[in-house]
Design a protein around this ligand. Structure first.
Ligand code: GCO
Ligand code: MG
Length: 411
């Protein structure tokens, strides 16, 4: 269905909904009737992106040509004067993926064909095994292996710390909506207790599940560089695919210290919003995987630019795939994953629950731990606005972490 060069934008709708989680969806409509969808969700700060989009971005898009993806990207990046930042860049990302969706539909091709075509048959993923004890985590890992997953992230509660990262804590999964709590839940942290218990998880995992399974772990930025270096060395015998977010890297130089001490592969980037946040990490080869997501790093255009740059330095992409990214973001980055010559692995924690399936539909399928992408034109996703209206937004915060003496720590 070729529509010619001019595809005038006539409407930009911003829809907040909460089918199990809060999501901010952008729908860009063109005069031809073709529309595109984008995900602008910033977990815990949804109203900020929705307002930014409605008040500042939407009016600038009406009347523009939806085909001019690069120009619109630059217009929303350089043109706002206030470059970068998570709120601005999630809005750029959402608009960008919606425009790629429109271009694909206009060309009657899936977006990956516009990027250069497939580099692989399907997208390899890693799943999450999480538990309150090592045994719980490894039993869950076994179930996932039975479903065909070949790479699994392991997280276990730290003995003596209730609700340490990635586990149920007080029985409320951090992936669930926390709207029954007026303020962010608070979790305790002790680096010493963590460092004293973590190696056993991976030792046991290798003993029970052997060498073939790929193992990963997310530190969620709780360590200092030298502590992370020590952890990397400690886990070397257990051969991780990667160690994620060992240290928060506003100071990218921190990763030089970790790198100099360990051969455990390193990954970071889920909260990064531009190529500038990871430039030194990549060009110095201090990391092995860059985890930027399509929503948060400026859409398909932003992610593609990071992937191409990373390829020069043997860094592979491993986009963030938590459930607080909507299926629209997940689909958008799947198109990049299937194309990118330097794709590494995709994080995968399911396609959402039955309620979110009433709102979002997509043509992705998972079998044996691999995501198969369909050949629908555009991103291959759809959004049911009537169903979304039945699930209004509810304020919900991510937890915060405190040391046992009360000092605020990275969560
Ligand atoms: C991951 C992430 C998530 C984040 C969540 C925050 O690696 O999947 O760390 O678990 O905590 O997406 O919004
Ligand atoms: Mg993470």
């Amino acid at each position: 269905m070729r529509t010619g060069r001019n595809l005038v934008i006539t409407d930009v709708r911003v829809i907040l909904c909460s089918p199990g989680r809060n999501f901010v969806t952008v729908k860009i409509v063109t005069e031809s009737g073709i529309y595109g969808l984008g995900d602008a969700t910033v977990n815990g700060r949804e109203m900020a992106v929705a307002t930014y989009l409605r008040e500042h971005v939407a009016p600038c898009l009406i009347g523009r040509n939806a085909h001019d993806i690069e120009d619109i990207w630059q217009y929303l990046y350089k043109g706002v004067y206030w470059r970068r930042g998570p709120i601005n860049m999630a809005c750029v990302g959402a608009v960008d993926m919606a425009l790629w969706d429109i271009k694909g539909k206009a060309a009657d091709l899936p977006v990956y064909e516009l990027l250069g075509g497939r580099s692989r048959r399907a997208i390899g993923t890693y799943a999450h095994a999480t538990g309150n004890t090592i045994d719980d985590t490894l039993t869950r890992a076994e179930e996932l292996m039975g479903q065909g997953f070949q790479a699994i992230r392991l997280q276990t509660a730290v003995p003596g710390l209730d609700g340490s990262y990635g586990v149920l804590g007080d029985k409320k999964d951090y992936f669930e909506l926390q709207s029954d709590r007026p303020l962010p839940p608070e979790h305790p942290w002790s680096t010493r207790k963590y460092m004293n218990s973590i190696e056993e998880l991976f030792r046991e995992a290798r003993a029970r599940h052997g060498q073939d399974i790929q193992l990963l772990h997310d530190v969620h930025s709780r360590l200092t560089p030298i502590e992370a270096a020590k952890l990397g060395k400690m886990l070397e015998p257990h051969d991780l695919l990667f160690l994620e977010d060992a240290v928060a890297a506003e100071n990218q130089e921190s990763y030089r210290i970790i790198r100099e001490h360990t051969t455990t592969p390193l990954a970071i980037g889920e909260i990064y919003n531009t190529i500038w946040d990871c430039k030194e990490l990549i060009q110095n080869q201090w990391i092995d995987y860059i985890r930027t997501a399509a929503t948060h790093a400026g859409g398909i255009t932003g992610l593609r630019r990071i992937a191409d740059f990373a390829a020069l330095f043997h860094v592979r992409i491993a986009p963030h795939g938590a459930p607080d990214l909507s299926p629209i973001c997940f689909a958008a980055q799947s198109h990049v994953d299937i194309w990118a010559p330097n794709f590494g692995i995709q994080e995968f924690v399911g396609f959402g629950n039955a309620t979110s399936a009433e709102v979002f539909s997509h043509d992705l399928k998972i079998t044996d731990g691999m995501i198969h992408i369909g050949d629908s034109p555009g991103l291959g996703v759809d959004f049911n606005e009537t169903a979304a209206e039945k699930h209004p937004y509810k304020r919900s915060y991510l937890p915060v972490s405190r040391l046992e003496d009360g000092t605020l720590w990275s969560w």
